[in-house]
Design a protein around this ligand. Structure first.
Ligand code: AMP
Length: 284
């Protein structure tokens, strides 16, 4: 596995691979790698891609400096995990190369208005501007044929898909299923910050989604059931929503069909998210 930090080397490496007829699969991460990240690499390998993984804790997508400070960083371990997962080149760009003006603000921002300001974006202003800006830059430097993103961050996937369509980037966005622990908790780099007691409460997110998906009824009933399940477990609920999977607009109670339920909550200061496909049945 090649290890690259220099932006020009990274760009040349990608150019050489394309010139050699290989397709590049991009797996963008913030490190603290777990099986969710490994599944993205496995999907890229299954497609025969030359896998470039990036690890960059993107300051621009953190609206809370404490969250940025507390974000887990395990670089040595990440290199071993990436190598054993079959990553061909691991790129760890420096802050100065990603955001040359840092610590001053970067002047150029990619913003997907309407998708990025609801749900996670409502509680974390600017978050998806940071996400869209970093993914655009990673894609421009790497030039991948495919970019792999987890459904764990469902809104992020929707924002990235829309950005790629709006900007005409020549990359196929591949969404990959959520990887969970045996008990149903969605894997997340933030889970290491949960005490055993907090972890038990965190399970109410996936339980809430299970309750919603087992309910044969309209969206508003699902929202109420999800919220109650999480609140009962002592989770501070940020939102419990049922939305159209593409536009992310809230489903109304006349709608029937497949929608996406998304939940977010704070457990012991740790913000967690989860989501699941649901079937809503509207009234008449
Ligand atoms: P992160 O390092 O948290 O920014 O995540 C990097 C990529 O891994 C994103 O596309 C995430 O959606 C994806 N990812 C994170 N956790 C999971 C999971 N449990 N299952 C599937 N994909 C995940």
């Amino acid at each position: 596995m090649l290890l690259v930090t220099d932006l020009e080397r990274w760009r040349r490496l990608a150019e050489d691979q394309r010139a050699g007829g290989r397709r590049i699969g991009l797996v963008a991460t913030m490190g603290a790698l777990h099986e969710g990240h490994q599944a993205l690499v496995a999907a890229a390998r299954a497609n025969g891609d030359y896998v470039i993984m990036t690890i960059f804790v993107n300051s621009r997508q953190f609206n809370d400096p404490n969250d940025l400070r507390a974000y887990p960083r395990t670089p040595g371990q990440d290199r071993a995990v990436a190598e054993s997962a079959g990553v061909d080149a691991l790129v760890e760009p420096t802050m100065g190369e990603m955001w040359p003006a840092f610590p001053d603000p970067t002047l150029t921002t990619v913003s997907v208005a309407g998708l990025g300001d609801r749900l996670e974006g409502a509680g974390r202003p600017g978050h998806f501007d940071g996400v869209a800006s970093v993914v655009a830059k990673l894609a421009i430097v790497t030039g991948p044929s495919r970019a792999y993103f987890g459904e764990k961050d469902f809104q992020q996937l929707a924002v990235v898909r829309r950005m790629v369509a709006d900007l005409g980037l020549d990359v196929t966005v591949v969404g990959c299923p959520i990887v969970r622990d045996d008990d149903g908790l969605a894997l997340s780099s933030r889970n290491v910050r949960l005490s055993p007691e907090a972890r038990a409460r965190a399970l109410s997110l996936s339980h809430a989604l299970g309750v919603a998906s087992g309910h044969d009824g309209p969206a508003s009933e699902m929202r109420a059931m999800m919220r109650a399940t999480m609140e009962h477990a002592g989770v501070q609920v940020a939102y419990a929503e049922v939305v159209d999977p593409i536009t992310l607009r809230p489903a109304d109670d006349t709608e029937t069909g497949l929608r996406r339920a998304l939940v977010a909550g704070v457990v012991d200061g740790v913000r967690l998210i989860d989501n699941r496909e649901v079937y809503v049945r509207g009234g008449h």
